[in-house]
Design a protein. Structure first.
Length: 132
C-alpha cells in the first residue's frame, strides 16, 4: 500500500474520533507486515490522563488481534485539510518504537504534501528493551 492510500485511510479514521474537549480529531492507519491495515482515532475522557491517541488505538487494536510486525503508520488530523503535518506525541512515539524500531511515520495530506520520517528520527534516544 502506498503512502497516499494509507494517509487517506487515516484521514477517514479521524471522523470516528471522540473529542468533546479538544475538538481536534486525529486518525491513524497502521500497515502490518502481512498487508493488513488497522485504523484508530483519538478518544478523549474528562479524566484527561485516560485519553488515548489515534496512533496507540491503531497499534493496540493490531496487538489485540495478534499482530506484532508493523511497517508504517499514517497520521492525519483536522490540520491535514490545511496540508499541515500531524506528528505523534511523545507517548505514542515510545509505543511505536516499542513494536517497530524502524517504523516509517507518514503525515501531511493525501491531497498535497506527504512527509515520511523514520521513528528513530523522531525519537532518537528512546528507551528500549535492551536498556534494562
Amino acid at each position: 500500500m502506498d503512502n497516499k492510500e494509507l494517509l487517506k485511510l487515516a484521514e477517514e479514521a479521524r471522523y470516528n474520533a471522540y473529542v468533546p474537549y479538544s475538538k481536534f480529531r486525529v486518525g491513524a492507519a497502521l500497515l502490518t507486515s502481512n498487508g493488513k491495515v488497522y485504523t484508530g482515532c483519538n478518544v478523549e475522557s474528562a479524566s484527561f490522563g485516560a485519553t488515548n491517541c489515534a496512533e496507540r488505538t491503531a497499534i493496540f487494536k493490531a496487538i489485540s488481534e495478534g499482530e506484532r510486525k508493523f511497517i508504517k503508520i499514517a497520521i492525519a488530523s483536522d490540520n491535514s485539510e490545511k496540508n499541515q503535518p500531524t506528528w505523534p506525541c511523545g507517548i505514542c512515539r515510545q509505543v511505536i518504537v516499542e513494536f517497530a524500531e524502524d517504523m516509517q511515520i507518514i503525515t501531511g495530506s493525501s491531497n498535497g504534501n506527504i512527509i515520511e520520517m523514520n521513528i528513530k528520527d523522531l525519537l532518537p534516544y528512546h528507551f528500549a528493551k535492551g536498556d534494562f
